[in-house]
Ligand binder design. Sequence first.
Ligand code: SAM
Length: 285
Amino acid sequence: MGYLIDPKETIEILNKYRFVFQKRFGQNFLIDVHVLEKILKAADIGKDDFVVEIGPGIGTMTQFLCERAREVVAVEIDKNLIPILTEDTLKAYENLTVLNEDILKLDLKKLIEEKNGGNRIKVVANLPYYITTPIIMQLFEEHIPIENITVMVQAEVAERMEAGPGTKDYGALSLAVQYYAEPYIAAYVPQNCFMPRPNVSSAVIRLKLHDEKPVKVSDEKLMFSLIRASFNHRRKTLVNGLTADLGKTYTKEAILNALKKCGITETVRGEELTLEQFAQLSEAL
Ligand code: SAM
């Protein structure tokens, strides 16, 4: 059996099962062992860990996870991959459960409650890029007990998640991610590390969830609507951006007053504000 660390082994398995790649499931399988090692290191997987892997593919990463973690649950949407995983590549592991499910429909909280006594888990994922950000946000917003999430994303998305105020990549995604977690780009992954090659370059980012939120706000929804309004109108000053989107709820005067209260100049642009300042502004409003 052995590891699928040589691309030849991946080809062999795919041929044996006459596997047909499904574009709609964003199937680009990792074939580079160095990248696998970097993911494992970033996720900091050890013998006490309960890991959920989303989108195991043919199980390349899963084999390593099973070797190092206490327990692994792999959630794969494509039914054609299930026999490959259960009868072949992952057959030997007793600490593994393979679920043929769509992660967007799975009740992860219930699963963690039943299988891990509600204790915090680690999440590892290499998913179609168009669903990665919604999934991450869903995991955050539903307050699923998670220690860290280590995911492969488009390189630019990783940079946006990690960006700070005043940089070109800074935006609503940076603030949303940083409110819940501390981002760290663990590796850049070129196209030739996948089979088939994707069109974009990728990066592995680890999101370590905060034990305590970095800012305190009484109305999270309001803070995020301020953030969205500011970045919806990047060229406008903050006051004009906020008035354009939230003018029905707050007069321009109220917004100006709140800014003054926070010591923020009215000509500032949203992209210069820190998370802390958005939090203050939402409290002032
Ligand atoms: N992790 C494997 C690897 O690195 O080689 C496969 C990565 S591939 C980019 C994405 C995998 O996620 C595919 O196996 C695909 O079928 C699966 N997938 C796509 N959408 C999914 C969903 N909504 N829920 C669970 N798995 C999904």
